[in-house]
Ligand binder design. Sequence first.
Ligand code: DX5
Ligand code: ZN
Length: 239
Amino acid sequence: MGFGLTNGMLGDMASDPSVLISPSVLPANFAQLGQECRDLEAAGADRIHWDVMDGQFVPNMSMGASIIKSCRSEVDLPFEAHLMVKEPDHLLKGFVDAGCDTVMVHAEACTHLHRTLSIIKALGASAGVVLNPHTSIEPLRHVLDMIDIVLIMSVNPGFGGQSYISAIEPKIRLARELLDTADHHIDLEVDGGISATTIGPAAAAGANIFVAGSAVFNHPDGYSTAIEELHRVGAKARS
Ligand code: DX5
Ligand code: ZN
């Protein structure tokens, strides 16, 4: 069994109903991003999701590694970089050096996905593959040994505040089945339009980590209530 995990441990992970919530800071107040990160940590976030957009792969630009680096010492939470970037190989070291624990790249943006994942692993970070709503799970099949997490987009990437695309739920199920054939645990994360209404079906389909931007930042009762609600509804759906 790879990575020192026994079948029992893998089974335990599969049976664990808890979910992780990874707020996207795209909607945050960038004039006080460090404080926003501290507030998210205090509110119970499990990690922070950094949406990096290059204006080429997606029709929007957002932030680079230096912004992430400026917030690294503000919190202890793991940082995951979602690179919506064409051919990201030359940028990977910068995001790991900025303090990202996980770097996730779009299968659609990497001509040589296996090489890109190899670079991330060689840099000592966890490697993730992101799939757009229209993309099948097939790009995952022959790089399972390189992957630590899969991010399934439930919106078309480039903007926060979009509506959840429920048609991706069968793909979540198929992805979970495929990931379970690997000899190590691979997390399954969903990103886009996640709220207390949509997290249930996505969790029931097999996802265990959820990105939430507007559902956290726009919640009338604040970050803590939003994150607690997402934890509760997501875990209930997985139990
Ligand atoms: C979209 C990003 C998502 C988005 C999530 O391109 O990858 O992470 O910011 O925001 P909400 O939760 O508002 O859809
Ligand atoms: Zn994202």
